[in-house]
Design a protein around this ligand. Structure first.
Ligand code: 7TS
Length: 414
């Protein structure tokens, strides 16, 4: 097990002060901080090997290509894909999901077909399916969540029917923290001839994820939430599916042969990577994968399970707090969304920021979930490898300042 206090030395930003307080960074579900190893990989690439990939015959071009394709191999190993050709680099999770909706979706979904998602989806795993359904006449259906914030699996099973083409589901909710049993859902979907797309934006950075063990058909995730740079995401797809899918963008790199009136496509994965890719950030993402692999994803998960258990206990003692999501830390990741004493979460977050504590507040791109929970917004603390129990204590302490600033709500003392 790694020592989160020792790790902090790798993250230069954690040394800075905010409003003259120690920075307590608890907004990791939005984006994680970057270790020196990743920042240096980015600088090293630009200082030593910068060139375009796949096309030059000179030394720099070969180095850049080798490093870029090396990052793809690391990503394949990280999720146990059967090969690097199943890894497409995109800009982020959102683009990866849209790619499936626009290529596989347009080719395979017809009027009367059904796409099943859940009430806890981030807009990036919801709006692309709305657009696909609007374009094709298919129907978008929702699996409900139970009062404890878990999925009703019996209802999921009942909703997957003859017309279901795809189940698209988050592996871990960015609001409730709920970890969904996607392996079980894959079995239910496949038994009815449907595919499963997993939104791994919150799971791949925080838990061991093995696409072959889960037997999912697509998995999307983002580098920036797992210590890597912004601007790089991954779409994993099963080889046969990717081979059958038409490309999304046309241009350089993605073709095999171009005639005047038609073209043929490059092999996987390049068929889906038109134009010059985000070479530098992909290479630095490879450094982030090395960093996480060295920690071990089992250990990352265990650290966050312990931290979220501590946070649920400590925050649970705060008067007038409402915490969302499953009470059992084994069922949830390192995300704790809450409301406090009827104070608007934006006001809570603003006062916390004065105490150096960075949290996110708002609807967290989950407006459908907010409606189900019957709240307009929530504040959210989210943890990562460098967070400690002291950070949780700082959050609880800073909530006391919120109480002092607001004193009472609707005439009732807080
Ligand atoms: N899916 C989930 C479950 C997410 O939490 C997010 C981002 C995305 C998809 C989209 O990822 P992107 O990299 O394409 O933007 N979630 C959040 C969040 O909770 N706060 O800021 C971004």
């Amino acid at each position: 097990m790694f020592d989160p206090r020792a790790l902090r030395a790798d993250f230069p930003i954690l040394e800075r002060r905010v409003h003259d307080k120690r920075l307590v960074y608890l907004d990791n579900a939005a984006t994680s901080q970057k270790p020196r190893q990743v920042i240096q990989a980015l600088a090293r690439y630009y200082e030593c090997s910068n060139a375009n990939v796949h096309r030059g015959l000179h030394t720099l071009a070969e180095e850049a290509t080798e490093q870029y394709e090396g990052a793809r191999r690391k990503a394949a190993r990280f999720i146990n894909a059967s090969g690097p050709d199943e890894i497409l680099f995109t800009r982020n999770t959102t683009e990866a999901i849209n790619l499936v909706a626009l290529t596989w979706g347009r080719a395979n979904v017809r009027a009367g077909d059904e796409i099943l998602i859940t009430e806890m989806e981030h807009h990036s795993n919801l709006v692309p399916w709305q657009l696909l359904c609007q374009a094709t006449g298919a129907r978008l259906r929702y699996a409900r969540i139970c009062p404890d914030g878990t999925l009703d699996l019996d209802q999921v099973a009942a909703l997957i029917g003859e017309r279901t083409r795809l189940v698209a589901m988050t592996h871990m909710s960015n609001v409730l923290g709920t970890i969904n049993p996607v392996g079980g859902v894959a079995r239910l979907a496949h038994a009815r001839g449907a595919l499963l797309l997993v939104d791994g934006a919150q799971s791949v950075p925080h838990l061991p994820v093995d696409v072959r063990a889960l037997d999912c058909d697509f998995l999307a995730f983002s580098s920036h939430k797992m210590l890597g740079p912004t601007g790089v995401g991954v779409l994993y797809g099963r080889r046969e599916l990717l081979q059958a899918m038409p490309p999304l963008f046309g241009g350089g790199e993605m073709i095999s042969r171009v005639e005047e009136q038609f073209s043929t496509w490059n092999e996987l994965p390049w068929k889906f990577e038109a134009g010059t890719p985000n070479i530098a950030d992909a290479i630095a993402f490879g450094a982030a994968l090395d960093y996480l692999s060295a920690l071990g994803m089992e250990a990352v998960r265990e650290h966050e399970r312990q931290l979220v258990a501590y946070a649920l206990e400590a925050l649970g003692q705060v008067p007038a707090i409402t915490i969302y999501g499953p009470p059992d830390p084994a069922q949830r990741g390192g995300v704790v969304a809450f409301n406090f004493g009827g104070i608007h979460p934006h006001d809570v977050a603003t006062v916390l920021d004065y105490e150096g504590v960075a949290v996110r507040a708002g609807h967290h791109c989950c407006q459908v979930l907010m409606r189900t929970l019957d709240i307009p917004a929530a504040a959210r603390a989210s943890f990562y490898v460098y967070n400690t129990e002291e950070d949780v204590d700082a959050l609880v302490e800073a909530l006391n300042s919120v109480r002092e600033v607001f004193g009472s709500v609707a005439g009732r003392p807080l």
